[in-house]
Design a protein around this ligand. Structure first.
Ligand code: MSP
Length: 518
């Protein structure tokens, strides 16, 4: 594509120790909306997701199931790949850390770090949490009333003593602080940025980057006894996928540095501290931005396998509908905050906002057009002030929504669109086209035209959130698929009167809960 506007967005790569749940779907959904939005906005987009397949945690899960790690990862990775289809995610690439391209890339990065004098051999003794795949200092641990120590995340820790290579993280403190200072948008949201800068200001210890007590991972080049620390391995996926170690040509030259790494708040430190330090130490550019989103709880409770309250995205989609679930997840909670998942809240939004506000608007308008305007885009006369206000609101959507999307404020982007939907409903009520039908049919046509044109804008703007339903809505307005990107917004590409329209059909049915025991 001949465009200078490029956008590279990544999801974390998911551990293959478990089946995908709502948390995973959420991270990828946010990226999918960004990727789709940017494509509609004329960018050449690369959207990457994948699976994190090495390390002790995955090895342990495979051993527990008595399967060799490769067979195990092959099958679990497929579940994550399948989720892409289920959720209609538009990824351009799916990386697995067990692929050859990745091994080459990680080993090349290691060599760069070694050659730059950033890695040395020593020995590690300290605490390690397999669940987090993270090392913890004594001072970070929490001791319960029985004297048991756990990681701050609640994960069990074990004492580790073994030879290890270290990355000289301690020498990157000032350079990282300067980098955060020079790049105020690098960490979002703001509160998270403060968290990271105060962590780094508190001093950094050298980081153990190899282990000798398990085998499932990428060997250190020239020292097979050592397996690379799984986070060094995993983070590198973001450059593997753009062709590293080749940096001068190809996708690396086109897309790196990434525009955005989307992560959950639990893994921000790895992305905002270790990763830019590794990259700068290797003479490579750090990514432009890392956004840490919050966590979902389920009806007030922490989501965990042991509590048996894991939310399966496939079940949700089957019960409530794909776009309804996509909408809810990004609408319910300001992005960056924690949120509580409840079916009642989901149904409330489906019926209130999707069925009533948006569904009714389009169904009302399009049925009137179908019945009273010979099933074609109405003709219009002079626009009144009220018409111009309505059309102006529709035309203004792109700029304000774009601003929210660039700040990853998904709920505000949606709210901005909803203001126009609510204004359209108020406009229908005020103009009462059903009354105009007898009194002033020409005016009725103008009103319906204004509404149809407003719905076109709303549907185009909502495509990244609800691609399937908006496709149907735009089909009903007879907008050809090539005319659905943002360059076709505005009056220049307005609906053409007389264009034949298909028979309208409702796109957002009300959700009626089955009675207990029915
Ligand atoms: N493998 C690492 C990431 C390596 S990236 C170089 C990892 N994987 S994970 O599968 O455990 O988590 C992936 C993502 O899912 C994280 O961003 C995490 O925050 C997110 N979520 C897991 N549970 C979640 C919720 N309950 N709610 C929202 N997101 C959550 O970490």
């Amino acid at each position: 594509m001949a465009t200078s506007k490029r956008y590279y967005v990544t999801t974390p790569i998911y551990y293959v120790n478990d089946v995908p749940h709502i948390g995973h779907a959420y991270t990828t959904l946010a990226c999918d909306v960004l990727a789709r939005f940017k494509r509609l906005d004329g960018f050449d987009v690369k959207f990457l997701s994948g699976t994190d397949e090495h390390g002790q945690k995955v090895e342990k899960s495979a051993t527990e199931k008595d399967i060799d790690p490769q067979t195990f990862t092959d099958s679990v990775s497929q579940n994550f790949r399948d989720l892409l289809g289920t959720m209609n995610f538009s990824t351009d690439d799916f990386i697995r850390t067990t692929e050859e391209r990745h091994k080459i890339s990680v080993q090349a990065l290691w060599k760069r770090l070694l050659d730059a004098g950033e890695i040395y051999l020593g020995s590690y003794s300290g605490w390690y949490a397999v669940r987090d795949e993270a090392f913890y200092g004594e001072g970070e641990l929490i001791t319960d009333k029985d004297g048991n120590k756990t990681a701050p995340s609640g994960a069990a820790v074990e004492w580790v003593e073994e030879p290890s290579y270290f990355f000289k993280l301690s020498s990157w403190q000032d350079k990282l602080l300067k980098f955060y200072d020079d790049n105020p948008d690098f960490i979002a949201p703001k509160s998270r940025r403060n968290e990271v800068t105060s962590f780094v200001s508190g001093g950094l210890m050298d980081l153990s980057v190899s282990r000798t007590t398990f085998k499932w991972g990428i060997p250190v080049p020239g020292d097979d006894e050592h397996i690379m620390y799984v986070w060094l391995d995993a983070l590198t996926n973001y450059i593997t996928a753009v062709g590293f170690p080749e940096t001068e040509t190809g996708e690396y030259a086109t897309y790196w540095p990434a525009d955005l790494h989307m992560v959950g708040k639990d893994i921000l430190r790895f992305h905002a501290v270790y990763w830019p330090a590794f990259l700068m130490a290797a003479g490579l550019e750090p990514p432009k931005r890392v956004f840490a989103h919050g966590w979902w709880t389920n009806e007030g409770q922490k989501i965990s396998k042991s509590l048996g309250n894991v939310i399966d995205p496939i079940e949700l989609v089957e019960t409530y509908g794909l776009d309804q679930v996509r909408y809810f997840l990004l609408r319910e909670v300001p992005f960056g905050n924690d949120g509580d998942f409840s079916r009642k809240a989901l149904i409330g939004r489906m019926n209130g906002e999707l069925a009533n506000d948006l569904g009714n608007l389009s169904q009302r308008v399009l049925s009137m057009v179908n019945k009273n305007c010979e099933g074609a885009v109405p003709r219009h006369g002079e626009f009144s002030d009220a018409d111009n206000v309505m059309l102006g609101a529709a035309h203004g959507l792109l700029n304000s929504v774009r601003e929210h999307i660039d700040a990853q404020s998904f709920n505000e982007a949606i709210e901005t669109i909803w203001l126009v939907i609510r204004a359209s409903n108020a406009y229908v009520d005020a103009q009462a086209p059903w009354k105009l039908k007898k009194e002033d049919p020409a005016r009725m046509e103008t009103v319906l035209y204004v509404l149809a044109e407003t719905i076109r804008h709303i549907a185009v703007m909502l495509q990244s959130f609800m691609p399937q339903t908006m496709e149907r809505m735009l089909d009903q307005l007879a907008i050809s698929p090539e005319h659905r990107s943002f360059e076709f917004l505005g009056s220049e590409h307005a609906l053409v009167s007389g264009t034949e329209l298909p028979k309208p059909e409702g796109v957002f049915p009300r959700f009626v809960e089955e009675e207990e025991g029915a």
